[in-house]
Design a protein around this ligand. Structure first.
Ligand code: Q0Z
Length: 286
């Protein structure tokens, strides 16, 4: 790509500048577990996540404009508008899991939301909550209170960001529920365009940015199996791996099983065969 200048790397994605106004977001087939990128790739994972994100951008257009210009023919590269990103991660939780569960157990609160007593891990919340976090350059995002978020982006902007975030989550979680998938929580990024309008950016409602749980297996009272990464986690833990870099190579059956899970997530949510997307990525945008 002689026209593209590399401007950033995520754990499993790369970001390029195409010109002053446009970026190219490329999703690789790399997979991370317990925050470590493994040496073995999952074929098609990047295309699955790009296709899911594109699908959600289309589905949520009425709630909030997004950065998507188009998906390239490779199915893994998204051309997008260059925005001024807000310095917070927008997190919405419909269920009590991960750091939300940890904070609740320790304090009875999550990001300043006081929750009822006696909740169990993975319980559904009475209403979804907006729980912003700081963007960590390395390591984990840190949950912050509403007041801290207001200091970073301003109180009025925060009000708008919270209400859009809750609406985005409700829209996506509603669609997913009809297709047998619980989106337990999700994290996305908003940016500002030249007119100062809030725009949904980055990736949205993928298994890498959200907890997807198969609704049929939902059993509150403990951690839920991950839709996509459970085989990999189970395998990695069975080795006695200490969860520090480097991670283990994955055997073929774990790769194949995990790939199928990603394809299932794609097909369950999009309602079209992955092969159709691979042949014509633009199909998910209609
Ligand atoms: C997204 C990231 C990745 C590394 C910047 N539309 C946009 N405008 C301005 N900035 C961004 C976007 Cl999406 C932007 N990231 C996250 C993605 C690799 C970092 F693929 N950083």
């Amino acid at each position: 790509m002689p026209e593209a200048v590399h401007v950033g790397s995520g754990k499993v994605r790369e970001l390029y500048a195409l010109d002053e106004e446009r970026l190219l977001l490329v999703a690789s087939d790399r997979i991370s577990v317990f925050d470590v990128v493994l040496p073995t790739e999952i074929p098609d994972k990047g295309r699955v996540l790009t296709g899911l994100s594109g699908y959600w951008f289309s589905r949520t257009e009425a709630v909030c404009p997004n950065h998507l210009i188009g998906i390239r023919d490779d199915g893994r590269s998204t051309e997008c508008r260059r925005l001024t990103m807000l310095p917070i991660e927008c997190v919405v939780r419909g269920y009590l899991s991960g750091s939300g569960w940890k904070d609740y157990r320790e304090t009875g609160e999550v990001c300043g939301h006081r929750l009822p007593e006696g909740l169990s891990e993975s319980d559904k919340l009475d209403a979804p909550i907006f729980t912003p976090a700081t963007k960590a350059q390395t390591g984990h995002d840190q949950n912050i209170t509403r007041e801290q978020a207001a200091e970073l982006i301003g109180a009025d902007r925060l009000d708008a960001v919270e209400s859009i975030s809750l609406e985005l989550y409700a829209t996506a979680a509603g669609y997913a529920a009809e297709r047998g998938i619980i989106i337990a929580d999700t994290k996305f990024e908003l940016g500002l365009d030249d007119d100062g309008q809030l725009v949904l950016a980055d990736e949205a409602f993928t298994p890498d940015s959200s907890r997807f749980w198969p609704a049929a297996e939902y059993e509150p009272g403990g951690p839920q199996p991950s839709f996509d990464k459970q085989f990999v986690r189970d395998y990695a833990e069975s080795l006695g791996w200490d969860k520090t870099d480097p991670g283990p190579e994955l055997p073929d059956d774990v790769v194949a099983g995990t790939r199928v899970r990603y394809l299932e997530a794609f097909e369950q949510i999009n309602g079209i065969p992955f092969a159709e997307y691979a042949a014509e990525p633009g199909t998910v945008l209609r």
